[in-house]
Unconditional design. Sequence first.
Length: 99
Amino acid sequence: MDYKSVEQNTSQPFVFHSLKKIYIYYCNKLKDLTFLAFAPNRKSIGTDSCKPLEEIVSDVPEVRMGNLNPFAQLQYLRFFSLQNLKSIYRKPVPFPHLR
């Protein structure tokens, strides 16, 4: 998903208001899940066996996100077999609702 084109074509900072659960398995082309920054109400993220995945949320412009915590509503986070994962986010952020 090309989030940069989504960002340029909308006046809204978020475009996936209803997206609450994201599960991605065996995806061999995905290097990041930056589109998740545009789903502010997500409560669950799960990934498994996505070898190329290096980052969860990478390069989201500060102008667009401000000081927003992209994981503020997150309750569940499950990662399996992500050999190349280097970071979840570019700076430390709290996970206030993580169970």
